[in-house]
Structures are given as C-alpha cells and as structure tokens.
Ligand binder design. Structure first.
Ligand SMILES: Cc1cc2nc3c(=O)[nH]c(=O)nc-3n(C[C@H](O)[C@H](O)[C@H](O)COP(=O)(O)O)c2cc1C
Length: 364
C-alpha cells in the first residue's frame, strides 16, 4: 500500500501555510470592514437589526458582548419605558449599542432626548425619512445618526442633511420592506456613497455573502432574522421553531388586494393570519362597495388588522394568528444558536472564503 501520509516536514509546512493564509484572511476582513468597526466601536461590523419586541435588553446586550453591535428597538415604547430599557441594557453590557427609533412616533423628540441623555452614541432613525428637527435633535446632542436609504438620491440627500452612516435594506428582509432587493440597492448605492459607512441588510445569513458586499464597498452588515432565532432572543420557543422549520419561500410580503386601499408591505411567514388578512380585505372592500364603510374607515379597518400581531407571535407564541415577521434568510436558520456562535460562524465563513480563494490562486 502506498504511503499516503506526507513526510512530517511537509505536513507542518502545509498546515503553517494554511494558518498563515487564515491570519491574512482575517486581517483582510478587518481591513474591509474597518470603517464600520471604527464607526460602531466594535470588533465585527455586524449590526443586530432592531426588531420590535425581539431586540430588547437581552438580545441587544448579547450581540454587543459577542463583538457585534446590538440595536435596541424602541417600537411603540414611550420615553420612560425606553429610558428604563436602555438602563437595563447598559447593566448587561459595557460595550456600545444603538437605539432604533421610529420617525413617526408622536414623541420622537423626547425619545431622542432620553436616548442621548442616557449616553447612547448611535441613534438609528427608521420607518421613513427623518425630519430636519429630528436630525438636529440627534446631531446637536453630539450623537451619531444612522438612517435607512431606499434609493441613491435619498442616500445622497440624507448624507448632505447630516446622516453619519446609512443602512440599505433590501426587500429580502423581514419586517417592513421596500420594493428593491439588496442586490440592486447595493449596486445602485455602494459605488456612489463613499463619505459615510454604508451597512447592508436583507437576506444575509452567511459570511460569504457578507464578504461579497464588503468587497463592493459596504462597511458592514445588519442581520435580523438570524438573531431573532438566537438562544438569547426572548422570542417564544414556538416563534424560533417556526424559523428553524421555514424555507426562504415561506417568508412572503403582505398582499394588497386593491390599489385604492394600500397595505404596507411586511415580510413574514405565511400562516392562518396571512390567509385571514386576505379574507378581511375582501370583506372590507365589499362593505365599502355596499356603502357600509367610508373610504377612511375601510382603510383603518385594513390597517388595524395586524395591531398587536407581532407581539402575539413573538411573546405569546401564537405563530398561526400572529405576525411572524421574518426575512427570506429564514431559510438559512437551521438551529437555535447562541449569538456568539452566529457572529463567529459568519466571520469564519468570510475568512474561509478568502482562504479558499488564496489557496486556488497559489496552486495555479
Ligand atoms: C421580527 C422582525 C421585526 C423587525 N422590526 C423592526 C423594527 O421595529 N424596526 C426596524 O427598523 N426594523 C425592523 N426589522 C428589520 C431588521 O432590523 C433588519 O433590518 C432585517 O431583519 C434584516 O433582514 P434579515 O431579516 O434578512 O436579516 C424587523 C425584522 C424582523 C425579522
């Protein structure tokens, strides 16, 4: 039988070469996301996208403690509750984390005030283009402003008006979504916005994809769906199990039956609730056509259908009638993992992709 074990020196040499390639690849990933790491003040430029009900103290602190950047979701909390949640998060981590506020919240100015007064340096304004006064309220208090941009013109305008960083979120994402995929948004925006870090979001679940966007000029990545199913997420076990079971194709955007009655697109797992929503729209339309409802009351009836539904799914575990918001990346959730393992896996996949590329290049 031929001796297939290489001589000792050769094995050591090849192991040493692989190890060196790994060290260099890790340094390359760090170089690629240096602007994101500097901006966020963390080891891995991976943001835990804010998720209402899910991104509370435990998940936010776990992401920051694992070397990423947690973002607390304010959702519909008032200023007092938010102040308490920030303090509770600070008790769980010494590391920086951000706070995500919804621009149309009626108390947005007070929310910004308590957030920055609590020592938070990164304010994410989501759910629409922020008003000039909201931008000033963040910047005048010395905090960094992060905004979402759904198109290049808006990205440029947001940077001119004071955004210190942008998130571009593709329609693959979970939760409220825009119409354009990350693949296209990244090509539209990344080559043209170089003055501020741009983070990519939507559909990301593996390090190879994150690496590809870093190489296109992104400063880092924001993930939601994978973290929602993490061990540290307070989401109900049934919510996490639904994520483990689901395929990418199960995460669908909400469907609008009639253009006269707009439905805000939200991506989530198809369930009884999504079926009933179609029936509810059809019934509401019939009542409008029969003159039973005015246009305004019909629109409100459609909007109210999902009120409280995310909480029902996340907290109560009602994954049939609740809103199980999830991105297409749900297909990449294969088990409930600790946050540190999720972040470690993504970094490892990016590093391995670079090592493999290096090995192929040096074998030529
Ligand atoms: C359950 C859930 C709730 C979310 N809630 C919010 C929110 O309150 N505010 C926000 O800006 N984005 C929200 N998002 C979007 C995430 O912050 C993140 O950008 C998105 O999940 C990234 O795409 P991915 O799900 O493919 O990782 C939510 C996403 C999910 C899955």
């Amino acid at each position: 039988m031929p001796d297939i074990i290489p001589p000792h020196g050769e094995a050591t040499g090849s192991a040493a070469r692989t190890e060196l390639a790994r060290v260099q690849a890790r340094a390359e990933v760090d170089r690629l996301w240096a602007a994101g790491r500097d901006f966020l003040g963390c080891e891995a430029a991976i943001l835990g996208g804010a998720m209402s009900w899910v991104s509370e103290r435990n998940l936010t602190a776990a992401i920051s403690n694992a070397g990423g950047f947690g973002v607390l979701a304010c959702g519909s909390m008032g200023p007092d509750l938010l102040e308490r949640e920030i303090a509770a998060t600070q008790a769980l981590t010494q590391r920086p984390f951000g706070v995500n506020l919804i621009t149309m919240h009626p108390q947005i100015d007070d929310l910004i005030r308590v957030t920055v007064a609590a020592g938070i340096n990164h304010v994410v304004l989501a759910g629409g283009i922020p008003s000039g006064s909201a931008v000033r309220a963040v910047k005048d208090r010395g905090a960094k402003l992060v905004c979402f941009s759904p198109a290049l013109v808006l990205a440029k305008r947001l940077v001119r008006s004071g955004a210190d960083a942008l998130v571009i979120e593709g329609s693959e994402a979970g939760g409220h979504i825009g119409p354009v995929s990350l693949t296209v948004l990244a090509q539209e925006i990344l080559p043209h916005v170089r003055d501020v870090p741009v983070f990519v979001a939507g559909g990301l679940g593996r390090g190879e994809a994150v690496l590809a966007y870093l190489e296109m000029g992104a400063a880092g990545a924001q993930l939601g769906t994978r973290f929602a199913a993490a061990v540290e997420s307070i989401a109900h076990p049934r919510f996490k199990e639904a994520f483990v079971r689901a395929s990418a194709r199960d995460a669908i955007p909400s469907i609008q039956l009639d253009p006269r009655f707009p439905v805000i697109p939200v991506r989530g797992l198809a369930n009884d609730g999504t079926k009933r929503f179609l029936e509810h729209q059809a019934e509401t339309l019939r009542r409008f056509q029969d003159g039973e409802l005015t246009k305004e009351t019909a629109q409100l009836a459609i909007e109210h259908f999902w009120a409280g539904a995310l909480r029902r799914a996340v907290i109560d575990g009602d994954i049939e009638q609740g809103s199980v918001m999830a991105g297409q990346s749900v297909g990449l959730v294969t088990s409930v993992m600790p946050v540190a393992e999720i972040i470690g896996e993504i970094v490892e996949q990016a590093v391995s992709a670079l090592v493999a590329r290096h090995m192929i290049a040096t074998q030529r």
